[in-house]
Design a protein around this ligand. Structure first.
Ligand SMILES: Nc1nc2c(ncn2[C@@H]2O[C@H](COP(=O)(O)OP(=O)(O)OP(=O)(O)O)[C@@H](O)[C@H]2O)c(=O)[nH]1
Ligand SMILES: [Mg+2]
Length: 672
């Protein structure tokens, strides 16, 4: 749409209009007053919904709001009920037939998401409410997937901040709110799970205000629309005391309070790529919000990549979200979230626009990675037996593909051509990537997750977390002691007198790698632990990651009951009889702090058998199956995890006992 002034008097009226925000009524009155003002203004059905906001300058830049669309992200700390709320929105906006059986947390569509009960990647969907299409982005709440939030809020104009009515705002609530405020999103707050026995909605609301103030929200942002909800029952209400019937009030609020997307009617098509996907039929798919203009199938456009690279593209297929699906469309409206096929060479953060007006939108920026881990080929004697992708180039290809889809992940080559350094936000994110790869048939050797240390002005700086602990006061002693050994410093302690205490620490990120399991054991599973990245600070010195050593196999063979039974007094065994063993493989945890080489394949000698007079079968202590997270947290710097589609084994990086012994000897000599 282009507004042209056809006579001088009207041009002078227009130039006297305030530069900023023009109310619709004013503009429409102006249109009616002078029919000669607009030459091409066709009030088509869709245009009638688009509200002019500003006229800036003489002829250019007409900002319009697309009232037919709302784009919202649902953001919160982990488990505060985002995905469950989306289920209820689906049901109540008529997406499913009456009585249709629908799974819970339907947006958590990946196998790993369903198994673990958490959202891993942000996903788009839409509902229709009172003739308005609401594009919803369900985001993950786990801190390690924070990059997904940063990426996906670039598609939103507003956000629903969910806060658990009992837990209140937690570290990731702070992170997501900070990002939403920085992005200038219009915010709504929903205090969720008010059905919980321990719900404390009034206090939680105060804490939410405190958080907004702490994050320097302005008055307008502090005046957020507020609702209470039980997402699981699909109800929302204005006060915590009443019992709602449905979510209508919430959906109405989204339509009324979240502004529709605005665009410049004078600008041609422009879209920021916020997500990528792939279709077997049409290839790579670029997903994002249309900032300005329209596009159609077969349009010839360009993609502006980083460093000024321009890639031509022809739109082979255009789709938009409709409930859980995407549906093909001939043309897309400005402000809508679209899926474009027709370009292979595209990255998140690129801008798709017209050849005639190549203007790049600001790229999506995400926080820097804090954790790194080595991914290499499987070099164990058992390599190649269980996986189908074992070569370096396959691993490299897969890792680089991950960086395309996941903005928080970076991959670097290492001095070893068979290994890559993968950088991300946390060890859980790394474990998920390894798990995904192993399910795809990869075999890998992965190292211990390590925090990324920076050097500035000759000083070693390390990432520091602000750690919040909520636990029974009986466990306060053990928790504090452990965190202090890990170089943590207590910054606050609140005892509410209810038997539980809230402790806050400033602690190096590396201290938390592998600490969660220990914390849960120490607090008998009742402690809550959350943290957010505070920044970088001077390195606080070394501490032992584990106070026990490893039981390392001294030869190749198979686990034998007799041999394993005899090792039990030495520590905890990881393998069962029949499991393959190789020299250098870690088959258990030693009770003491040093490693010992052991023979797990030892058979009972026949002479012994006679001497003992009994041929009894030994009864072994049951072995807990090895999990990937446990393995990654267990290993020390000179150890690795061997991952195949069927097995997770621990091993020494150097398999030969002799070579390890020599290196150890040299190290000792060096110290003397
Ligand atoms: N009591 C109560 N529990 C709820 C409610 N809504 C969700 N839950 C439960 O909270 C847990 C987490 O729900 P999700 O919807 O997966 O939470 P989420 O915020 O999407 O979690 P992430 O995506 O992993 O961050 C599930 O066990 C739900 O059943 C509610 O209104 N009341
Ligand atoms: Mg979720």
């Amino acid at each position: 749409m282009r507004i042209e002034y056809e006579n001088a008097s009207m041009r002078s009226i227009a130039s006297n209009l305030p530069q900023k925000s023009q109310d619709i009524n004013g503009i429409l009155a102006l249109y009616t007053f002078s029919s000669c003002l607009v030459s091409h203004f066709q009030l088509t059905a869709s245009l009638r919904r688009m509200r002019p906001l500003h006229i800036i300058g003489d002829t250019m830049s007409t900002k319009v709001t697309n009232e037919a669309i709302r784009n919202i992200a649902i953001i919160a700390h982990v488990d505060h009920g985002k995905t469950t709320l989306v289920d209820a929105m689906f049901k109540q906006s008529g997406l499913f037939r009456e009585g249709q059986a629908v799974d819970d947390r339907i947006m958590d569509s990946q196998d790993l998401e369903r198994e673990r009960g958490i959202t891993i990647s942000a996903k788009n969907c839409s509902v229709n409410w009172k003739d308005v299409k609401i594009n919803i982005i369900d985001t993950p709440g786990h801190a390690d997937f924070g990059g997904e939030v940063e990426r996906s809020i670039s598609m939103a104009d507003g956000a629903i901040l969910l806060v658990d009515a009992s837990e209140g705002p937690l570290p990731q609530t702070r992170f997501v709110l900070k990002k939403a405020l920085e992005q200038g999103l219009s915010l709504m707050v929903v205090i969720n799970k008010v059905d919980r026995q321990d719900a404390r909605p009034a206090e939680v609301l105060d804490e939410v205000y405190d958080l907004f103030i702490d994050l320097e929200a302005n008055e307008e942002q502090l005046d957020f629309p507020l609702l209470y909800a039980v997402g699981r029952d699909g109800i929302a209400m204005e006060t915590a005391e009443e019992r709602g019937e449905n979510l209508h009030i919430l959906l109405d609020m989204v339509v009324d309070k979240v502004p529709g997307p605005t665009y410049d009617a004078n600008e041609p098509f422009q879209m920021l790529v916020s997500d990528l996907s792939y279709s077997d039929y049409v290839g790579r798919l670029a997903i994002g919000k249309v900032h300005h203009g329209k596009a159609q199938s077969n349009d010839q456009l360009i993609c502006l990549a980083d460093e000024g690279k321009t890639v031509p593209l022809k739109v082979t297929k255009l789709q938009t979200y409709d409930g859980l699906k995407v549906i093909p469309t001939e043309t897309c409206d400005p402000g809508d979230i679209v899926v474009i096929a027709g370009i292979e060479d595209v990255k998140i953060g690129d801008t798709i626009c017209t050849k005639e007006s190549p203007k790049a939108l600001p790229r999506i920026t995400v926080d820097e990675p804090t954790v790194s881990m080595r991914f290499g080929i499987n070099t164990s004697p058992l390599a190649g037996k269980e996986g189908k992708h074992v070569q370096t180039n396959k691993i490299k290809e897969r890792l680089y593909k991950e960086t395309l889809l996941n903005v928080a992940i970076q991959v670097e080559d290492t001095e070893n051509r068979d290994a890559y350094l993968v950088k991300g936000r946390g060890e859980f994110q790394m474990a998920i990537l390894v798990e995904q790869m192993r399910r795809e048939g990869f075999e890998l050797s992965v190292g211990r997750p390590e925090v990324i240390i920076k050097v500035e002005n000759g000083k070693k700086l390390e990432p520091i977390e602000h750690l919040f602990i909520d636990c029974d006061e009986d466990f306060m002693g053990v928790v504090t002691e452990k965190i202090q050994t890990r170089k943590g410093r207590m910054t606050n302690m609140v005892n509410h007198g209810t038997g539980r205490v809230r402790l806050e620490f400033s602690v190096p990120s590396r201290s938390l790698i592998g600490y969660r399991d220990e914390f849960l054991t120490d607090t008998k599973g009742t402690g809550l632990m959350n943290s957010y990245l505070e920044g970088y600070d001077e390195h606080r010195g070394e501490f032992a990651s584990r106070y026990t050593g490893s039981l390392v196999a001294d030869r190749n063979g198979k686990g034998v009951a007799y041999g394993l039974f005899n090792l039990e007094p030495r520590g905890r065994i990881f393998i069962v009889p029949g499991d393959p063993i190789y020299e250098g493989m870690i088959i258990g945890e030693h009770n003491r702090d040093n490693d010992i080489n052991v023979n797990g394949s030892k058979e009972k000698k026949l002479t012994n058998m006679r001497a003992s007079g009994k041929d009894e079968a030994v009864i072994l202590t049951p072995v807990k199956p090895m999990t990937l997270e446990y393995a990654l947290n267990f290993i020390k710097d000179d150890e690795m995890v061997e991952v195949t589609p069927e097995s997770i084994r621990l091993r020494k990086i150097e398999l030969s006992a002799l070579v390890r012994h020599r290196t150890e000897g040299k190290k000792k000599k060096g110290k003397d």
